[in-house]
Design a protein around this ligand. Structure first.
Ligand code: ADP
Length: 720
């Protein structure tokens, strides 16, 4: 079988993602390889596919027990015989597994590094026909990687002791040059082909928010993200407990995770989250390594983390399935203080590197430039855009304010204080504080003393942070950094150069959300999605694997767009391969068929067409075609459906989207206005926000279309 055939047959995907086919081709030529790709890029497939193409067995060394189990479960689900060996196996399971391996029952064997060196394992490797050894999370070999594992350093010795050296491939998401060089050297890769894909995660929406109340922000955010899975990271156990309690009180299904809990309760909560029994995970950074849950739709950092490396790694746990997801960082000045405290109390020694990293993430929070390009530049890339249109800075309306005069005041104050003091004291002087320190230094006699008294101290500090982030001021030192002026400051002080601040106009999240999610929300059928999610949950329980391993959210959404009611069309859904089709195809097809009949949806034959141009614009265009037919040509929904060869349901959704997005459209002639009041009442009564629950409270004549229409109408009123 060729690589692309394996991709289709087992994984159910039509195309390779960036970098995958290139690296697979090199592996198939038996060249050692190193793949550096961000989380969620699809590294596993890069070695799993050659493993199926090669004749022999592939051994995968992976550091995380939980991840191994998930990977093996996923492989078994798609029909690839795989197993794992690690300390979680009981003695008898272990013996059984070894026996099975000797009998040639598996194509892929996952193993923890510690087990890899055992004599039993080595003699087994020499007995078997090993075609490839793949090393996952290869940065663990390097002291400079963030989770160094000494046992990784022994891997190359073991490989070289084998009677026949298989092809050796390795993967990591850590991009720095030192780590890369270490991997090649310490794993003893032979003239490896090295592939680095960009670090951009296009489906992630990055956002920095500085809300007055984080609590309120969070509640509002969750309200707008009901029925979605997300992680909320907090910097301390105490905050985790508080946020967890609060969300429980508000009726959310929540898990929590931190090092202060018993192992048992941690793993129960974790399983609840992975198996979709809870929707929200509130956790410290102890949570997440080895969690492969693909349908995490948002990651909120309730507190600013200590550096951008951790941030990008944690935020990167959102949207692994490639579907849109949000990464929100809630910033407050108190977070800077907490982080400084944590650095000071971490261990003895020089902390300047950590302080530098802290400054970088504070700058990320303060910058007004594109957040995505900030991150990518931080990781050493040169993005070919400066406006990604998909982060909170690019997506906000900016109000440009000239702050040259205030900037001059601040810069000249720093200069008059001989560039020897920190932001706190500079702010005090500008504010006109009567503190002893200000007087002792004689700063109350400076001409800049009290010249910004109309501002709060915090506002002055914010302005200083902004000037630091924009490179006018340099903040030097660790614990008590002092402010000095960069040459850029002189241009402001002496050459009339202007300073402007692009202030984000607070937009409610709703419109942001719409504009981002259009490509998905336009076409898929939410009601069917609820039905299929429930079905997936049942199937997941029966098979004892997490729901996302049965089918990803992306697969379900495609089913809800294209209504596959037979085997052929089901196979065209992304993520549905031959094996999964055989295993689960029938129940899902039956459920979709039922739904299609019940709702009188015409069987669609547009799958191919949609697949070929399933990009954002084509879907937006299609919506406007319906809009024009409705408003200009005065056709009704039924007529438009006929003309366009689409279902009435799709047209309804097109028009509702247009209405929701503020286009002028009169839908009252299409809805059942007789029940308007009842519908409002039902909406108010419904706790879950689920359409189905609302529908069940109302007479049969009320359609989903009616309910959706009034939901939008209410929202519009509220937003107004
Ligand atoms: P990584 O190890 O790089 O973090 P994974 O290997 O876990 O990423 O892949 C992330 C997700 O992307 C998985 O759900 C996987 O099935 C999916 N995926 C991988 N390759 C493709 C592809 N070519 N087409 C569609 N989805 C893919």
């Amino acid at each position: 079988m060729t690589a692309i055939e394996v991709l289709k047959k087992y994984f159910g995907y039509d195309n390779f993602r960036a970098g995958q086919s290139e690296i697979i081709n090199h592996i198939l030529k038996k060249e050692d390889c190193l793949g550096i790709m961000p989380t969620g890029a699809g590294k596993s497939i890069c070695y799993q596919i050659p493993a199926m193409v090669f004749n022999g067995v592939t051994v995968v060394i992976s550091p995380l027990i939980s991840l191994m189990k998930d990977q093996v479960d996923s492989l078994n689900q798609v029909g690839i015989p795989a197993t794992y060996i690690n300390s979680s196996l009981t003695e008898s399971d272990y013996l059984q597994t070894i026996q099975n391996i000797y009998h040639g029952m598996y194509k892929i064997i996952y193993v923890a590094p510690e087990r890899f060196f055992s004599d039993t394992f080595i003699s087994m490797l020499n007995f078997l026909d090993i075609s490839m050894i793949a090393i996952d999370e290869a940065h663990c070999v390097s002291q400079w990687g963030h989770d160094f594992r000494p046992s990784y350093c022994e891997i190359s010795k073991t490989i070289s002791s084998l009677t026949k050296r298989p092809v050796v491939v390795s993967f990591t998401a850590t991009a720095t040059t030192v780590v890369k060089d270490d991997i090649i050297k310490l794993l003893d890769l032979h003239s490896p082909f090295v592939l680095t894909t960009g670090f951009d995660r296009k489906n992630l929406y990055f956002s920095v928010q500085t809300p007055e109340s984080k609590k309120e922000f969070l509640l509002k955010f969750l309200e707008e993200h009901k029925n979605m899975c997300g992680i909320i990271y907090c910097s301390t156990r105490k905050t985790v407990d508080e946020v967890y309690e609060r969300l429980c009180n508000y009726g959310y299904k929540v898990s929590k995770y931190h090092a202060g809990m018993s192992e048992k309760s941690r793993s129960t909560f974790q399983d609840d989250f992975v198996y979709d029994r809870t929707e929200i995970m509130v956790a410290t950074n102890a949570f997440g390594m080895g969690i492969d849950k693909s349908n995490v739709r948002y990651v909120i950092h309730y507190n600013m983390p200590s550096d951008l490396e951790s941030y990008y790694q944690e935020a990167g746990r959102a949207g692994r399935d490639g579907d849109k997801a949000e990464c929100v960082l809630l910033f407050s000045r108190a977070d800077v203080v907490t982080n400084k405290f944590l650095i000071e109390h971490s261990y003895e020694g020089n902390h300047s590197n950590e302080y530098q990293k802290l400054n970088d993430i504070v700058d990320y929070c303060n910058t007004s430039k594109c957040l995505r390009s900030y991150i990518l530049e931080y990781f050493g890339e040169t993005p070919n855009f400066n406006n990604c249109k998909f982060c909170s800075n690019c997506n906000s309306e900016m109000e440009i304010t000239d702050i040259t005069i205030d900037s001059k005041k601040i810069l000249s104050c720093i200069k008059r204080m001989n560039e020897r003091f920190g932001a706190g004291l500079v702010a005090d002087v500008l504010k006109g504080s009567k503190s002893a320190k200000v007087k002792d230094f004689g700063f109350d006699s400076l001409s800049t003393y009290g010249i910004m008294s109309e501002y709060s101290r915090d506002t002055i500090r914010d302005l200083i942070s902004f000037l630091v982030a924009e490179g006018y001021i340099k903040s030097i030192g660790d614990k008590y950094p002092i402010l000095t002026l960069n040459s850029k400051a002189n241009e402001v002080l002496f050459s009339d150069s202007k300073v402007t601040i692009n202030k984000k106009i607070e937009r409610s999240l709703k419109p942001e959300k719409n504009s981002k999610n259009d490509s998905e929300s336009l076409t898929f059928d939410n009601i069917l999605l609820e039905i299929l999610r429930e079905l997936r949950m049942e199937v997941s329980k029966q098979n004892n694997v997490p729901p996302f391993i049965i089918f990803s959210d992306v697969s379900l959404k495609q089913m809800c767009t294209y209504y596959p009611t037979d085997v052929d069309s089901m196979l065209k859904i992304s993520g549905v391969g031959a094996f999964k089709l055989e295993k689960y195809g029938d129940v899902f097809i039956a459920s979709i068929r039922n739904y299609v009949q019940e709702h009188n949806i015409k069987k669609l034959d547009i799958l191919e067409e949609h697949k070929n141009k399933s990009n954002f614009t084509s879907k937006v265009d299609t919506k406007f075609v319906s809009y024009e037919l409705y408003t200009k040509d005065s056709k009704n929904i039924k007529e438009i459906a006929e003309v366009r060869g689409l279902t009435e349901r799709t047209i309804e959704q097109h028009l509702l989207d247009c209405y929701e997005n503020g286009l002028i459209i009169d839908l009252e002639k299409e809805v059942n206005i007789r029940f308007e009041n009842e519908i409002y009442k039902a909406i108010n009564k419904c706790n879950s926000g689920r359409l189905r629950e609302i529908k069940d409270m109302l007479p049969n004549e009320v359609s989903y279309f009616d309910i959706k229409y009034y939901l939008i109408k209410i929202n519009k009123k509220l937003n107004y």
